[in-house]
Design a binder for this molecule. Sequence first.
Ligand SMILES: *[C@@H]1O[C@H](CO)[C@@H](O)[C@H](O)[C@H]1NC(C)=O
Ligand SMILES: *[C@@H]1O[C@H](CO)[C@@H](O)[C@H](O)[C@H]1NC(C)=O
Ligand SMILES: *[C@@H]1O[C@H](CO)[C@@H](O)[C@H](O)[C@H]1NC(C)=O
Length: 290
Amino acid sequence: MELRALRPLWLLCCCFGGGVRSADPRATFTATEPRSRERQASAFRESLNRHQYLNSLFPRENSSAVYGINQFSYLFPEEFKAIYLRSKSSRLPRYPAEVQTSVPNVSLPLRFDWRDKRVVTQVRNQQTCGGCWAFSVVSAVESAYAIKGKPLEDLSVQQVIDCSYNNYGCRGGSTLNALNWLNKTQVKLVRDSEYPFKAQNGLCHYFSDSQSGFSIKGYSAYDFSDQEDEMAEALLTFGPLVVVVDAVSWQDYLGGIIQHHCSSGEANHAVLITGFDKIGIADSVSAVFV
Ligand SMILES: *[C@@H]1O[C@H](CO)[C@@H](O)[C@H](O)[C@H]1NC(C)=O
Ligand SMILES: *[C@@H]1O[C@H](CO)[C@@H](O)[C@H](O)[C@H]1NC(C)=O
Ligand SMILES: *[C@@H]1O[C@H](CO)[C@@H](O)[C@H](O)[C@H]1NC(C)=O
């Protein structure tokens, strides 16, 4: 099937040093490790201090995000990263001039969201599986098909977690490796109901060639640093974008728009960008097209 949509890999520049270590698939911390009450209490106290600090950063601005107690407050930041932030980023070429000129002159609205067009599936919970990279790529494929006029369907994230041999399943992965695997093998993603999410690694289940499914024809990946308008145009032209961000500060997030609390660390969390709001658009660094 024809498929041509754009999926940028973003990096929000955010400040966190030494972050990559816990994204290592061999990281010793596991989500199932029992955690003492003392350890949880200590993590909670640290979270409260962090919330106070984060909330004090930009108090007078309407658009700043609010930080506080949520389901992640009993984790130390390194634990949060080890469980949830398991996407690897890649160095990518700059978004080139040739692509820019091939994008038709679209006038950029102040606000746009593909969810309003009903071509984006519901947000799914990765639970304690570090498979964000698979979720974002699968969501992008779902949207690309829906934008082409096909029915919007939940496709199998578990299939990507189990079968994308160039990644580490729930222990982490790269959106670029996953896209490369999809493109190279021309594997057909089956529906989520046919290969449901288990939140853990499993053996790859292969389907016969006659099995119906969703494959991709190609993709492109670019670095969109300092090219937010180009990125917004690309999103408008091609569809939701797979991006990788530094989500360390998301541990404490309650609501609002994170605009300034960016770090210079590694990108570590893959998400799908479905739209933008010119008042609150974030810093982007890189992108992938399907
Ligand atoms: C904050 O929001 C209020 C109401 O929406 C608006 O009148 C005011 O100009 C905003 N202030 C800033 C600094 O953006
Ligand atoms: C795109 O817009 C620019 C400036 O608005 C204009 O000069 C150019 O001719 C337009 N290109 C096309 C293909 O419409
Ligand atoms: C996707 O696969 C096609 C066909 O094998 C290949 O020509 C193309 O270069 C691939 N795209 C990327 C980005 O690797």
